[in-house]
Write a protein that binds this ligand. Structure first.
Ligand code: ATP
Ligand code: GLA
Ligand code: MG
Length: 535
Protein backbone atom coordinates (compact mmCIF):
# COMPACT_ATOMS: atom_id res chain seq x y z
CA UNK A 1 0.00 0.00 0.00
CA UNK A 2 2.17 2.92 -1.12
CA UNK A 3 1.95 6.14 0.85
CA UNK A 4 0.10 4.65 3.74
CA UNK A 5 -0.29 7.19 6.52
CA UNK A 6 -0.43 5.76 9.99
CA UNK A 7 -2.75 7.08 12.67
CA UNK A 8 -1.15 10.02 14.47
CA UNK A 9 -2.12 11.58 17.82
CA UNK A 10 -4.38 14.03 15.97
CA UNK A 11 -6.19 11.11 14.35
CA UNK A 12 -7.27 9.77 17.71
CA UNK A 13 -9.93 12.44 18.34
CA UNK A 14 -12.89 13.53 16.21
CA UNK A 15 -11.62 16.87 14.82
CA UNK A 16 -13.17 20.18 15.86
CA UNK A 17 -13.00 23.11 13.45
CA UNK A 18 -14.20 26.70 13.29
CA UNK A 19 -14.21 29.33 10.56
CA UNK A 20 -10.53 30.11 11.20
CA UNK A 21 -9.18 26.53 11.23
CA UNK A 22 -6.50 26.34 8.53
CA UNK A 23 -6.70 22.55 8.19
CA UNK A 24 -10.46 22.10 7.81
CA UNK A 25 -11.80 19.92 4.98
CA UNK A 26 -12.31 21.90 1.79
CA UNK A 27 -16.08 21.29 1.61
CA UNK A 28 -16.80 22.37 5.17
CA UNK A 29 -17.35 26.14 4.86
CA UNK A 30 -19.93 25.81 2.08
CA UNK A 31 -21.75 22.96 3.85
CA UNK A 32 -21.80 24.82 7.16
CA UNK A 33 -23.15 28.11 5.83
CA UNK A 34 -25.91 26.19 4.02
CA UNK A 35 -27.02 24.29 7.12
CA UNK A 36 -26.80 27.39 9.38
CA UNK A 37 -29.04 29.31 6.97
CA UNK A 38 -31.51 26.42 6.79
CA UNK A 39 -31.57 26.18 10.59
CA UNK A 40 -32.38 29.88 10.91
CA UNK A 41 -35.26 29.53 8.46
CA UNK A 42 -36.63 26.51 10.32
CA UNK A 43 -36.26 28.01 13.81
CA UNK A 44 -36.82 31.75 13.27
CA UNK A 45 -34.90 33.97 15.68
CA UNK A 46 -32.64 31.12 16.80
CA UNK A 47 -29.00 30.51 15.92
CA UNK A 48 -27.30 27.09 16.11
CA UNK A 49 -24.35 26.59 18.49
CA UNK A 50 -22.49 23.96 16.51
CA UNK A 51 -22.60 21.60 13.57
CA UNK A 52 -21.73 17.93 13.37
CA UNK A 53 -21.04 16.25 10.09
CA UNK A 54 -20.44 12.66 9.03
CA UNK A 55 -19.97 11.34 5.48
CA UNK A 56 -21.48 8.51 3.46
CA UNK A 57 -19.18 5.86 2.04
CA UNK A 58 -18.69 3.73 -1.02
CA UNK A 59 -17.41 0.20 -0.63
CA UNK A 60 -14.91 -0.64 -3.37
CA UNK A 61 -14.74 -4.36 -2.63
CA UNK A 62 -15.69 -6.72 0.21
CA UNK A 63 -19.48 -6.88 0.26
CA UNK A 64 -21.51 -8.56 2.97
CA UNK A 65 -18.45 -9.87 4.76
CA UNK A 66 -18.07 -7.31 7.56
CA UNK A 67 -20.58 -9.12 9.75
CA UNK A 68 -18.49 -12.26 9.35
CA UNK A 69 -15.48 -10.18 10.53
CA UNK A 70 -13.60 -10.23 7.20
CA UNK A 71 -11.76 -7.11 6.02
CA UNK A 72 -13.17 -4.59 3.51
CA UNK A 73 -11.93 -1.76 1.24
CA UNK A 74 -14.25 1.28 1.37
CA UNK A 75 -13.74 5.06 1.28
CA UNK A 76 -15.69 8.02 2.68
CA UNK A 77 -17.27 10.29 0.05
CA UNK A 78 -18.21 13.98 -0.27
CA UNK A 79 -21.92 13.50 0.39
CA UNK A 80 -22.79 13.63 4.08
CA UNK A 81 -25.23 14.39 6.88
CA UNK A 82 -24.79 17.79 8.54
CA UNK A 83 -26.69 18.62 11.73
CA UNK A 84 -27.00 22.22 12.92
CA UNK A 85 -27.70 22.10 16.63
CA UNK A 86 -28.95 24.59 19.22
CA UNK A 87 -28.74 23.65 22.87
CA UNK A 88 -31.91 24.50 24.82
CA UNK A 89 -30.85 24.66 28.48
CA UNK A 90 -33.07 22.52 30.68
CA UNK A 91 -34.74 25.40 32.48
CA UNK A 92 -38.13 24.28 31.33
CA UNK A 93 -39.71 21.25 32.99
CA UNK A 94 -39.89 19.25 29.75
CA UNK A 95 -36.62 18.94 27.88
CA UNK A 96 -37.28 17.79 24.35
CA UNK A 97 -35.63 17.35 20.97
CA UNK A 98 -37.12 18.93 17.86
CA UNK A 99 -35.97 17.62 14.50
CA UNK A 100 -36.47 19.43 11.21
CA UNK A 101 -35.25 17.91 7.96
CA UNK A 102 -34.45 19.63 4.69
CA UNK A 103 -36.03 16.70 2.86
CA UNK A 104 -39.86 16.96 2.93
CA UNK A 105 -40.22 13.14 2.95
CA UNK A 106 -38.95 13.35 6.56
CA UNK A 107 -41.61 15.36 8.41
CA UNK A 108 -40.84 17.36 11.56
CA UNK A 109 -40.59 15.35 14.77
CA UNK A 110 -40.51 16.34 18.43
CA UNK A 111 -40.11 14.06 21.42
CA UNK A 112 -39.59 14.50 25.15
CA UNK A 113 -36.49 13.37 27.00
CA UNK A 114 -37.34 11.22 30.05
CA UNK A 115 -37.06 13.39 33.17
CA UNK A 116 -35.66 10.53 35.26
CA UNK A 117 -32.67 10.21 32.92
CA UNK A 118 -33.94 6.93 31.44
CA UNK A 119 -33.32 6.02 27.82
CA UNK A 120 -35.72 7.04 25.05
CA UNK A 121 -37.72 4.12 23.73
CA UNK A 122 -37.48 2.98 20.11
CA UNK A 123 -40.26 1.00 18.54
CA UNK A 124 -38.51 -1.14 15.89
CA UNK A 125 -41.83 -2.21 14.40
CA UNK A 126 -42.38 1.33 13.07
CA UNK A 127 -40.43 2.65 10.09
CA UNK A 128 -39.77 6.29 10.96
CA UNK A 129 -36.70 8.43 10.35
CA UNK A 130 -36.65 9.72 13.93
CA UNK A 131 -35.88 6.15 15.04
CA UNK A 132 -32.47 6.52 13.38
CA UNK A 133 -31.92 9.72 15.35
CA UNK A 134 -32.96 7.89 18.51
CA UNK A 135 -30.45 5.09 17.78
CA UNK A 136 -27.60 7.63 17.83
CA UNK A 137 -29.10 9.29 20.90
CA UNK A 138 -29.47 6.01 22.77
CA UNK A 139 -25.93 4.73 22.17
CA UNK A 140 -24.41 8.11 23.09
CA UNK A 141 -26.57 8.22 26.23
CA UNK A 142 -25.37 4.73 27.17
CA UNK A 143 -21.77 5.93 26.76
CA UNK A 144 -22.41 8.98 28.96
CA UNK A 145 -24.10 6.96 31.70
CA UNK A 146 -21.33 4.38 31.67
CA UNK A 147 -18.46 6.87 31.85
CA UNK A 148 -20.09 9.65 33.90
CA UNK A 149 -22.72 7.96 36.08
CA UNK A 150 -22.73 10.80 38.63
CA UNK A 151 -23.58 13.34 35.98
CA UNK A 152 -26.13 11.35 33.98
CA UNK A 153 -27.96 8.93 36.26
CA UNK A 154 -31.45 10.19 37.15
CA UNK A 155 -30.93 13.44 35.20
CA UNK A 156 -32.48 14.20 31.80
CA UNK A 157 -30.33 14.85 28.76
CA UNK A 158 -30.25 18.40 27.47
CA UNK A 159 -32.93 19.63 25.07
CA UNK A 160 -32.03 20.40 21.46
CA UNK A 161 -33.25 21.94 18.24
CA UNK A 162 -31.70 20.16 15.29
CA UNK A 163 -31.78 20.88 11.59
CA UNK A 164 -30.81 17.85 9.46
CA UNK A 165 -29.34 18.43 6.04
CA UNK A 166 -28.27 15.24 4.29
CA UNK A 167 -27.27 14.65 0.70
CA UNK A 168 -26.36 10.96 0.89
CA UNK A 169 -29.00 9.29 -1.30
CA UNK A 170 -31.27 7.38 1.06
CA UNK A 171 -31.46 3.58 0.86
CA UNK A 172 -28.91 3.52 -1.94
CA UNK A 173 -25.95 1.62 -0.54
CA UNK A 174 -23.93 4.72 0.37
CA UNK A 175 -24.78 4.48 4.04
CA UNK A 176 -27.02 7.45 4.67
CA UNK A 177 -28.14 5.74 7.89
CA UNK A 178 -24.64 5.64 9.34
CA UNK A 179 -23.79 9.20 8.29
CA UNK A 180 -26.91 10.24 10.21
CA UNK A 181 -26.30 8.10 13.31
CA UNK A 182 -22.62 9.03 13.68
CA UNK A 183 -23.45 12.75 13.46
CA UNK A 184 -26.25 12.27 16.03
CA UNK A 185 -24.08 10.37 18.54
CA UNK A 186 -21.39 13.06 18.31
CA UNK A 187 -24.06 15.75 18.74
CA UNK A 188 -25.42 14.20 21.93
CA UNK A 189 -22.01 13.88 23.53
CA UNK A 190 -20.92 17.40 22.62
CA UNK A 191 -24.21 18.99 23.70
CA UNK A 192 -24.16 17.23 27.06
CA UNK A 193 -20.43 17.31 27.86
CA UNK A 194 -19.55 20.73 26.40
CA UNK A 195 -18.27 21.56 22.93
CA UNK A 196 -14.63 21.31 23.99
CA UNK A 197 -15.03 17.71 25.23
CA UNK A 198 -12.67 15.52 23.17
CA UNK A 199 -14.44 12.52 21.63
CA UNK A 200 -12.19 9.63 20.66
CA UNK A 201 -12.88 8.23 17.20
CA UNK A 202 -12.56 4.73 18.63
CA UNK A 203 -15.22 5.51 21.26
CA UNK A 204 -17.57 6.93 18.65
CA UNK A 205 -17.04 3.82 16.58
CA UNK A 206 -17.58 1.43 19.48
CA UNK A 207 -20.82 3.14 20.44
CA UNK A 208 -22.28 3.47 16.93
CA UNK A 209 -21.26 0.09 15.52
CA UNK A 210 -24.37 -1.72 16.74
CA UNK A 211 -26.66 1.34 16.87
CA UNK A 212 -28.81 0.21 13.93
CA UNK A 213 -29.55 -3.06 15.70
CA UNK A 214 -32.07 -0.99 17.72
CA UNK A 215 -34.11 -0.47 14.55
CA UNK A 216 -33.78 -4.14 13.71
CA UNK A 217 -30.97 -3.97 11.12
CA UNK A 218 -28.15 -6.34 12.08
CA UNK A 219 -25.40 -4.63 10.09
CA UNK A 220 -21.63 -5.06 10.47
CA UNK A 221 -19.11 -2.30 11.24
CA UNK A 222 -17.88 -1.19 7.82
CA UNK A 223 -20.08 1.89 7.44
CA UNK A 224 -19.32 3.38 10.85
CA UNK A 225 -15.56 2.72 10.60
CA UNK A 226 -15.45 4.43 7.21
CA UNK A 227 -17.63 7.39 8.10
CA UNK A 228 -15.66 8.09 11.29
CA UNK A 229 -12.11 7.34 10.06
CA UNK A 230 -12.51 8.73 6.52
CA UNK A 231 -9.48 10.69 5.36
CA UNK A 232 -9.22 13.09 2.41
CA UNK A 233 -7.45 11.49 -0.56
CA UNK A 234 -7.34 8.04 1.07
CA UNK A 235 -9.37 4.87 0.86
CA UNK A 236 -9.38 2.61 3.93
CA UNK A 237 -8.45 -0.98 4.62
CA UNK A 238 -10.80 -1.85 7.47
CA UNK A 239 -9.99 -4.93 9.54
CA UNK A 240 -12.32 -6.15 12.26
CA UNK A 241 -10.08 -8.75 13.86
CA UNK A 242 -7.79 -9.29 15.73
CA UNK A 243 -8.50 -5.58 16.44
CA UNK A 244 -10.66 -3.05 14.65
CA UNK A 245 -8.34 -0.89 12.53
CA UNK A 246 -8.90 1.43 9.57
CA UNK A 247 -5.64 1.88 7.67
CA UNK A 248 -5.75 4.79 5.20
CA UNK A 249 -4.03 4.16 1.87
CA UNK A 250 -3.57 5.84 -1.48
CA UNK A 251 -3.95 4.07 -4.77
CA UNK A 252 -0.75 3.61 -6.81
CA UNK A 253 0.23 6.55 -9.01
CA UNK A 254 -0.07 5.35 -12.59
CA UNK A 255 2.49 6.79 -14.96
CA UNK A 256 2.67 4.73 -18.13
CA UNK A 257 0.64 6.28 -19.58
CA UNK A 258 -0.11 8.82 -16.84
CA UNK A 259 -3.73 8.58 -15.72
CA UNK A 260 -5.85 9.03 -12.63
CA UNK A 261 -8.01 6.36 -11.02
CA UNK A 262 -11.64 7.41 -10.60
CA UNK A 263 -14.53 5.64 -8.95
CA UNK A 264 -17.82 6.57 -10.58
CA UNK A 265 -20.83 5.92 -8.37
CA UNK A 266 -24.15 5.57 -10.17
CA UNK A 267 -27.52 5.16 -8.48
CA UNK A 268 -30.07 2.78 -10.03
CA UNK A 269 -32.70 4.99 -8.36
CA UNK A 270 -34.29 1.84 -6.96
CA UNK A 271 -34.53 2.48 -3.23
CA UNK A 272 -33.75 -0.48 -1.00
CA UNK A 273 -35.23 -0.09 2.45
CA UNK A 274 -33.16 -2.43 4.57
CA UNK A 275 -35.47 -2.04 7.52
CA UNK A 276 -38.57 -3.09 5.60
CA UNK A 277 -37.03 -5.89 3.52
CA UNK A 278 -34.70 -7.14 6.30
CA UNK A 279 -36.62 -10.38 6.97
CA UNK A 280 -36.10 -11.68 3.42
CA UNK A 281 -32.88 -9.87 2.48
CA UNK A 282 -30.29 -8.35 4.78
CA UNK A 283 -31.15 -9.96 8.12
CA UNK A 284 -31.84 -13.31 6.47
CA UNK A 285 -28.30 -13.26 5.03
CA UNK A 286 -26.90 -12.46 8.48
CA UNK A 287 -28.70 -15.53 9.84
CA UNK A 288 -27.68 -17.74 6.90
CA UNK A 289 -23.96 -17.06 7.35
CA UNK A 290 -24.13 -17.63 11.12
CA UNK A 291 -25.93 -20.94 10.53
CA UNK A 292 -23.39 -21.83 7.81
CA UNK A 293 -20.51 -21.24 10.24
CA UNK A 294 -22.06 -23.45 12.88
CA UNK A 295 -23.09 -26.20 10.45
CA UNK A 296 -19.57 -26.26 8.98
CA UNK A 297 -18.12 -26.45 12.50
CA UNK A 298 -20.42 -29.31 13.38
CA UNK A 299 -19.68 -31.20 10.14
CA UNK A 300 -15.92 -30.79 10.67
CA UNK A 301 -16.07 -31.69 14.36
CA UNK A 302 -14.79 -28.29 15.46
CA UNK A 303 -16.03 -26.44 18.56
CA UNK A 304 -17.14 -22.87 17.87
CA UNK A 305 -16.70 -20.49 20.77
CA UNK A 306 -19.73 -18.75 22.23
CA UNK A 307 -19.49 -15.08 21.21
CA UNK A 308 -20.98 -12.76 23.85
CA UNK A 309 -20.72 -9.76 21.52
CA UNK A 310 -22.83 -11.25 18.74
CA UNK A 311 -26.61 -10.83 18.93
CA UNK A 312 -26.74 -14.56 18.20
CA UNK A 313 -24.01 -15.33 20.74
CA UNK A 314 -22.69 -17.77 18.14
CA UNK A 315 -19.40 -17.86 16.24
CA UNK A 316 -19.30 -16.59 12.63
CA UNK A 317 -17.48 -17.77 9.49
CA UNK A 318 -14.21 -16.16 10.54
CA UNK A 319 -14.47 -17.81 13.94
CA UNK A 320 -15.04 -21.11 12.17
CA UNK A 321 -11.95 -20.57 10.01
CA UNK A 322 -9.84 -19.85 13.07
CA UNK A 323 -11.27 -22.75 15.05
CA UNK A 324 -10.61 -25.09 12.12
CA UNK A 325 -6.94 -24.16 11.87
CA UNK A 326 -6.42 -24.20 15.63
CA UNK A 327 -7.86 -27.73 15.68
CA UNK A 328 -6.27 -29.23 12.58
CA UNK A 329 -3.18 -27.32 11.43
CA UNK A 330 0.32 -28.27 12.53
CA UNK A 331 1.12 -24.80 13.89
CA UNK A 332 -2.39 -24.39 15.39
CA UNK A 333 -2.58 -20.74 14.34
CA UNK A 334 -5.44 -18.28 13.88
CA UNK A 335 -5.43 -15.90 10.95
CA UNK A 336 -3.81 -12.71 12.21
CA UNK A 337 -4.52 -10.57 9.14
CA UNK A 338 -1.42 -11.40 7.02
CA UNK A 339 -2.29 -11.34 3.32
CA UNK A 340 -0.57 -14.51 2.04
CA UNK A 341 -1.51 -16.52 5.09
CA UNK A 342 -5.11 -15.35 4.74
CA UNK A 343 -5.23 -16.33 1.07
CA UNK A 344 -4.01 -19.83 1.88
CA UNK A 345 -6.52 -20.26 4.69
CA UNK A 346 -9.45 -18.90 2.68
CA UNK A 347 -8.65 -21.28 -0.18
CA UNK A 348 -8.86 -24.17 2.26
CA UNK A 349 -12.22 -22.82 3.45
CA UNK A 350 -13.51 -22.78 -0.12
CA UNK A 351 -12.50 -26.45 -0.51
CA UNK A 352 -14.40 -27.28 2.68
CA UNK A 353 -17.48 -25.43 1.48
CA UNK A 354 -17.50 -27.56 -1.68
CA UNK A 355 -16.93 -30.77 0.23
CA UNK A 356 -19.34 -30.25 3.12
CA UNK A 357 -22.05 -27.94 1.79
CA UNK A 358 -21.73 -28.68 -1.96
CA UNK A 359 -24.08 -31.70 -1.76
CA UNK A 360 -26.81 -29.30 -0.54
CA UNK A 361 -26.15 -26.64 -3.20
CA UNK A 362 -29.32 -27.43 -5.13
CA UNK A 363 -31.71 -28.19 -2.30
CA UNK A 364 -30.58 -25.77 0.42
CA UNK A 365 -31.18 -26.63 4.08
CA UNK A 366 -34.65 -26.99 5.54
CA UNK A 367 -35.10 -26.22 9.24
CA UNK A 368 -35.03 -29.96 9.99
CA UNK A 369 -31.86 -30.54 7.99
CA UNK A 370 -30.08 -27.60 9.62
CA UNK A 371 -31.15 -28.79 13.10
CA UNK A 372 -30.00 -32.33 12.28
CA UNK A 373 -26.61 -31.05 11.02
CA UNK A 374 -26.18 -29.14 14.27
CA UNK A 375 -27.24 -32.11 16.38
CA UNK A 376 -30.08 -30.23 18.03
CA UNK A 377 -33.87 -30.34 18.00
CA UNK A 378 -35.98 -28.32 15.59
CA UNK A 379 -37.21 -26.26 18.56
CA UNK A 380 -33.71 -25.57 19.82
CA UNK A 381 -32.53 -24.53 16.36
CA UNK A 382 -35.53 -22.25 15.94
CA UNK A 383 -34.96 -20.64 19.31
CA UNK A 384 -31.21 -20.12 18.85
CA UNK A 385 -31.08 -19.00 15.23
CA UNK A 386 -34.45 -18.08 13.81
CA UNK A 387 -36.02 -15.85 16.43
CA UNK A 388 -33.17 -13.42 17.18
CA UNK A 389 -34.35 -11.20 14.32
CA UNK A 390 -37.55 -11.72 12.28
CA UNK A 391 -36.82 -13.61 9.04
CA UNK A 392 -38.79 -15.49 6.39
CA UNK A 393 -37.43 -18.21 4.05
CA UNK A 394 -38.17 -21.48 2.28
CA UNK A 395 -34.69 -23.00 2.68
CA UNK A 396 -31.37 -21.69 3.98
CA UNK A 397 -28.84 -21.44 1.13
CA UNK A 398 -25.77 -22.19 3.19
CA UNK A 399 -23.52 -23.34 0.32
CA UNK A 400 -24.05 -20.20 -1.76
CA UNK A 401 -23.73 -17.78 1.17
CA UNK A 402 -20.58 -19.35 2.63
CA UNK A 403 -19.00 -19.56 -0.82
CA UNK A 404 -19.66 -15.86 -1.37
CA UNK A 405 -18.21 -14.83 1.99
CA UNK A 406 -14.97 -16.83 1.74
CA UNK A 407 -14.40 -15.96 -1.93
CA UNK A 408 -15.15 -12.26 -1.36
CA UNK A 409 -12.78 -12.16 1.64
CA UNK A 410 -10.16 -13.71 -0.65
CA UNK A 411 -10.79 -11.09 -3.35
CA UNK A 412 -10.23 -8.32 -0.80
CA UNK A 413 -6.81 -9.78 0.01
CA UNK A 414 -5.99 -10.08 -3.71
CA UNK A 415 -7.08 -6.43 -4.09
CA UNK A 416 -4.79 -5.44 -1.20
CA UNK A 417 -1.92 -7.11 -3.07
CA UNK A 418 -2.71 -5.01 -6.16
CA UNK A 419 -2.86 -1.71 -4.29
CA UNK A 420 0.29 -2.49 -2.31
CA UNK A 421 2.29 -2.45 -5.52
CA UNK A 422 4.09 0.71 -6.51
CA UNK A 423 2.67 2.43 -9.62
CA UNK A 424 5.97 1.87 -11.42
CA UNK A 425 5.66 -1.89 -10.95
CA UNK A 426 2.76 -2.05 -13.39
CA UNK A 427 4.00 -2.68 -16.94
CA UNK A 428 1.28 -0.33 -18.06
CA UNK A 429 -1.48 1.57 -16.29
CA UNK A 430 -3.98 -0.77 -17.94
CA UNK A 431 -2.54 -3.65 -15.89
CA UNK A 432 -3.69 -1.97 -12.71
CA UNK A 433 -7.18 -1.38 -14.07
CA UNK A 434 -7.45 -4.94 -15.35
CA UNK A 435 -6.27 -6.53 -12.12
CA UNK A 436 -8.38 -4.46 -9.72
CA UNK A 437 -11.30 -4.38 -12.15
CA UNK A 438 -11.38 -8.16 -12.56
CA UNK A 439 -11.72 -8.56 -8.80
CA UNK A 440 -14.59 -6.06 -8.75
CA UNK A 441 -16.32 -7.90 -11.59
CA UNK A 442 -15.93 -11.25 -9.83
CA UNK A 443 -17.37 -9.65 -6.71
CA UNK A 444 -20.43 -8.52 -8.65
CA UNK A 445 -20.91 -11.99 -10.11
CA UNK A 446 -20.74 -13.54 -6.66
CA UNK A 447 -23.12 -10.94 -5.19
CA UNK A 448 -25.56 -11.65 -8.01
CA UNK A 449 -25.36 -15.45 -8.16
CA UNK A 450 -24.24 -16.62 -4.73
CA UNK A 451 -25.46 -13.93 -2.35
CA UNK A 452 -28.44 -12.91 -4.46
CA UNK A 453 -28.25 -9.26 -3.43
CA UNK A 454 -28.10 -7.82 -6.94
CA UNK A 455 -31.08 -6.82 -9.11
CA UNK A 456 -31.71 -6.57 -12.88
CA UNK A 457 -31.13 -2.79 -12.64
CA UNK A 458 -27.79 -3.18 -10.87
CA UNK A 459 -26.70 -5.86 -13.36
CA UNK A 460 -27.74 -3.73 -16.33
CA UNK A 461 -25.84 -0.70 -15.08
CA UNK A 462 -22.69 -2.76 -14.62
CA UNK A 463 -23.01 -4.15 -18.16
CA UNK A 464 -23.44 -0.69 -19.68
CA UNK A 465 -20.48 0.76 -17.80
CA UNK A 466 -18.20 -2.18 -18.67
CA UNK A 467 -19.00 -1.75 -22.35
CA UNK A 468 -18.16 1.94 -22.19
CA UNK A 469 -14.81 2.24 -20.46
CA UNK A 470 -15.18 0.85 -16.94
CA UNK A 471 -12.75 -1.91 -15.93
CA UNK A 472 -14.61 -3.06 -12.85
CA UNK A 473 -18.30 -2.58 -12.07
CA UNK A 474 -20.27 -3.81 -9.11
CA UNK A 475 -23.06 -3.00 -6.70
CA UNK A 476 -21.94 -1.27 -3.52
CA UNK A 477 -23.36 -1.48 -0.01
CA UNK A 478 -26.16 -3.85 0.83
CA UNK A 479 -27.57 -4.13 -2.73
CA UNK A 480 -31.17 -5.07 -3.61
CA UNK A 481 -31.27 -1.69 -5.31
CA UNK A 482 -29.18 1.40 -4.66
CA UNK A 483 -25.81 2.24 -6.17
CA UNK A 484 -23.16 0.74 -8.38
CA UNK A 485 -19.45 1.63 -8.34
CA UNK A 486 -17.20 1.63 -11.41
CA UNK A 487 -13.40 1.68 -11.72
CA UNK A 488 -12.67 4.11 -14.53
CA UNK A 489 -9.51 5.81 -15.83
CA UNK A 490 -9.95 9.58 -15.83
CA UNK A 491 -10.14 9.81 -19.61
CA UNK A 492 -13.11 7.39 -19.76
CA UNK A 493 -15.27 9.05 -17.10
CA UNK A 494 -17.38 11.16 -19.46
CA UNK A 495 -18.00 8.20 -21.77
CA UNK A 496 -19.19 6.02 -18.88
CA UNK A 497 -21.43 8.78 -17.55
CA UNK A 498 -22.94 9.51 -20.97
CA UNK A 499 -23.61 5.84 -21.64
CA UNK A 500 -25.38 5.47 -18.30
CA UNK A 501 -27.49 8.56 -18.97
CA UNK A 502 -28.51 7.47 -22.49
CA UNK A 503 -28.80 3.71 -22.04
CA UNK A 504 -30.01 3.45 -18.44
CA UNK A 505 -31.56 6.61 -16.99
CA UNK A 506 -33.32 7.98 -20.07
CA UNK A 507 -34.61 4.53 -21.06
CA UNK A 508 -35.87 3.49 -17.64
CA UNK A 509 -37.02 6.93 -16.51
CA UNK A 510 -38.05 8.88 -19.66
CA UNK A 511 -39.36 11.78 -17.54
CA UNK A 512 -36.30 12.04 -15.30
CA UNK A 513 -35.51 15.66 -14.37
CA UNK A 514 -32.10 17.24 -14.84
CA UNK A 515 -31.87 17.65 -11.09
CA UNK A 516 -32.43 13.95 -10.34
CA UNK A 517 -30.05 13.02 -13.12
CA UNK A 518 -27.45 15.45 -11.80
CA UNK A 519 -27.54 13.78 -8.37
CA UNK A 520 -27.68 10.20 -9.69
CA UNK A 521 -24.00 9.99 -10.68
CA UNK A 522 -21.31 10.94 -8.17
CA UNK A 523 -17.60 11.11 -8.92
CA UNK A 524 -16.12 11.69 -5.48
CA UNK A 525 -12.58 11.82 -4.22
CA UNK A 526 -12.04 10.03 -0.89
CA UNK A 527 -13.38 12.42 1.75
CA UNK A 528 -12.69 13.18 5.39
CA UNK A 529 -14.61 11.62 8.28
CA UNK A 530 -16.89 12.73 11.12
CA UNK A 531 -16.17 16.18 12.56
CA UNK A 532 -17.56 19.02 14.65
CA UNK A 533 -17.68 22.66 13.59
CA UNK A 534 -18.12 25.34 16.23
CA UNK A 535 -19.96 28.42 15.05
P1 ATP B 1 -26.84 1.09 2.95
O1 ATP B 1 -27.06 0.78 4.41
O2 ATP B 1 -27.19 -0.04 2.06
O3 ATP B 1 -25.49 1.63 2.68
P2 ATP B 1 -28.57 3.38 3.45
O4 ATP B 1 -27.86 3.54 4.75
O5 ATP B 1 -28.76 4.62 2.66
O6 ATP B 1 -27.87 2.30 2.53
P3 ATP B 1 -30.62 2.21 5.08
O7 ATP B 1 -29.60 1.57 5.93
O8 ATP B 1 -31.82 1.43 4.71
O9 ATP B 1 -30.00 2.77 3.72
O10 ATP B 1 -31.08 3.55 5.86
C1 ATP B 1 -32.02 4.44 5.32
C2 ATP B 1 -32.80 5.08 6.44
O11 ATP B 1 -31.95 5.98 7.21
C3 ATP B 1 -33.93 5.98 5.93
O12 ATP B 1 -35.10 5.23 5.68
C4 ATP B 1 -34.09 6.97 7.09
O13 ATP B 1 -34.89 6.44 8.11
C5 ATP B 1 -32.67 7.13 7.60
N1 ATP B 1 -32.05 8.29 6.93
C6 ATP B 1 -31.03 8.26 6.07
N2 ATP B 1 -30.71 9.49 5.60
C7 ATP B 1 -31.57 10.34 6.18
C8 ATP B 1 -31.79 11.74 6.10
N3 ATP B 1 -31.07 12.52 5.29
N4 ATP B 1 -32.77 12.27 6.84
C9 ATP B 1 -33.52 11.48 7.64
N5 ATP B 1 -33.38 10.16 7.76
C10 ATP B 1 -32.42 9.59 7.05
C1 GLA C 1 -24.79 -2.37 4.68
C2 GLA C 1 -24.37 -2.62 6.12
C3 GLA C 1 -22.87 -2.92 6.20
C4 GLA C 1 -22.46 -4.02 5.22
C5 GLA C 1 -23.03 -3.74 3.82
C6 GLA C 1 -22.79 -4.88 2.86
O1 GLA C 1 -24.24 -1.21 4.21
O2 GLA C 1 -24.70 -1.50 6.91
O3 GLA C 1 -22.51 -3.25 7.52
O4 GLA C 1 -22.87 -5.27 5.69
O5 GLA C 1 -24.43 -3.48 3.86
O6 GLA C 1 -21.42 -5.06 2.64
MG1 MG D 1 -27.49 1.90 6.03
Amino acid sequence: MPDTSSNTEADIYVPTYNAQSPDKPSVLDAKCSHVIKSFQEAFPGHTPDFITRSPGRVNLIGEHIDYSDFSVLPMAIDVDMSLAVKIIPNESKNPSITLVNVDPQFAQRKFDLPLDGEYVTIDPSVSDWSNYFKCGLLVAHTFLKKHYPDKFNNVPLIGLEVFCLGDVPVGSGLSSSTAFICAVALTIIKANMGLAYPVKKSDLLKMTITAEHYVGVNNGGMDQATSIWGQEGHALYVQFKPTLTATPFKFPELISPPTEIQFVIANTLVVANKFETGPINYNLRVVEVIVAANVLASMCGVALAYDPESDFQKGNLRDFMNAYFITFSKDKDCWNGGVENGIEKLNKMLELVEEKLGPYAESGFTVDQAAFSLGCSREEFTRNYLTVVPIRFQVLKLYQRAKHVFSEALRVLEAVKVIMRDGQDFKSSIDFFEQFGTLMNQSQESCANMYECSTPELNEMCEIALQNGSYGSRLTGAGWGGCTVHLVPNENVEQVKNALVEQYYKKRYPYITQQVLGNAIIVSKPASGTCEYII
